[in-house]
Ligand binder design. Structure first.
Ligand code: PLP
Length: 392
């Protein structure tokens, strides 16, 4: 994979050649062809969908439904199993609001707030049990998880890749455990769908959620995959235009799913941008991206290990690197790196219960993607050495 060449597809790196962008786990940059596709939608196809009986209305509807097909094919689902949302967070909230559960909910203690809070609130509001599955930098403790499953377990929600450590979680094994116990499994694919080839039928998961902006797509577009039978059973999350078949003064009939879950005018331009981003990713090849990222992460880990006072929290095989430095707050690290034109993330990564367990308020996190190069990593390591000099 030629990341130097791929970098040229991103205008931001032409505008800012000095930029080393290593905050991809938060949001990735957007290739010119995705920007161009969104622009073309507004120039040539812009209208509302599913209701306007004119040429532009037909074209917008076609573009939107083609995007749904593209997303479905990308993750091995069916077109009518794809609901467009604003982001992964909204997709999880949708399921937590609409899915009827009667039993315990399990979530790893490493979970992103978006992945745990909707379930915690549901548990509180509906008097359900909620438990954390023990987990660390190597992923969830499968043995412990196995013991936590019983006939009362209703659902397990797990991120395929942790946004704090960058490790993979054993989704297939968990899916098997869940289904053996008649429980549902939801997979948070916010960090995995952008890099791991994902097939919902092979993984045998009930729900999968992800966000466009972490995989070269626009912000404000997210995806919920749900098995068709479950979408049929679930009640709408929001009501309004676009999701009804008929409304009488005293009676309403919902549309079929997935439209039943897409109230109001959706982010049509966002969906066509996402479909274009998927095409770009497919051309590069997810396996190539994953391998490339892991090489860069390994280079970072090896480099950081040589800098005194630095503690790496991510495992060797991670796709990103979380770390701390003695005497330097992660915000200071990030700020000094910013002065060197290196962008990383510092904070609690929306995983405060995990930070609490680790006894830290924050970590620094460098997350590469397909356009990052070995030179980027060298520049990052050089900047970290400068931080060390400041805080020595
Ligand atoms: C693992 C994980 N889950 C969920 C989310 C939430 O994604 P979004 O903010 O796009 O809804 C993130 C974002 O950082 C994440 O890393």
């Amino acid at each position: 994979m030629n990341s130097e060449k791929l970098k040229k597809d991103f205008s931001v790196f032409q505008e800012k050649p000095e930029l080393t962008y290593l905050d991809n786990a938060a949001t990735t940059q957007t290739p010119e062809r995705v920007i161009e596709r969104v622009n073309r939608f507004y120039r040539e196809e812009n209208a509302n969908i599913g209701r306007s009986l004119h040429e532009l209305g037909y074209r917008a509807t076609e573009a939107y439904e083609n995007s749904r097909k593209k997303v479905a094919d990308f993750i091995g689902g069916r077109k009518d199993e794809i609901v467009f949302t604003r982001n992964a967070t909204e997709s999880i909230n949708l399921v937590a609001s609409s899915l009827e559960l009667d039993g315990k909910i399990l979530v790893p203690e490493t979970a992103h707030h978006s992945e745990q809070l909707p379930w915690r609130r549901k548990a509180e509001e509906e008097g359900l049990e909620f438990e954390f599955i023990p987990a660390d930098e190597n992923g969830i403790d499968l043995e412990a998880a196995e013991k936590m499953f019983d006939e009362d377990t209703a659902l397990v929600s797990v991120s395929h890749v942790s946004n704090v450590y960058g490790n993979d979680n054993p989704v297939e094994e968990l899916a098997e455990l869940a289904h053996k116990n008649d429980a549902y499994i939801m997979v948070d694919g916010a960090q995995s769908v952008p890099r791991i080839p994902t097939d919902v039928k092979e993984l045998d998961v009930d729900f999968l959620v992800f966000s466009g902006h972490k995989m070269l797509g626009p912000t404000g577009i997210g995806v919920l995959y749900a098995r068709k039978e479950l979408l049929e059973e679930m009640e709408p999350y929001q009501t309004g235009g676009g999701m009804i078949r008929t409304v009488k003064r005293d009676e309403t009939q919902w549309e079929e799913s997935p439209q039943k879950f897409e109230a109001g005018t959706p982010n049509i331009a966002g969906t066509v941008g996402l479909a274009e981003a998927i095409e770009y990713l497919e051309n590069v090849g997810l396996e190539n991206i994953q391998e490339h990222e892991k090489e860069l992460a390994e280079q970072m880990i090896q480099g950081l290990a040589k800098i005194d006072g630095v503690k790496v929290l991510s495992p060797e095989s991670a796709c990103l690197v979380s770390f701390t430095m003695k005497e330097a707050h992660p915000h200071d690290i990030s700020e000094i790196l910013n002065q060197e034109d290196v962008a990383i993330r510092a904070g609690h990564h929306c995983a405060q219960p995990l930070m609490e367990k680790l006894g830290v308020s924050a970590t620094a996190r460098a997350s590469p993607y397909l356009y990052n190069t070995e030179e980027d990593v060298e520049k990052f390591l050089e900047a970290i050495r400068k931080v060390r000099e400041v805080f020595r």
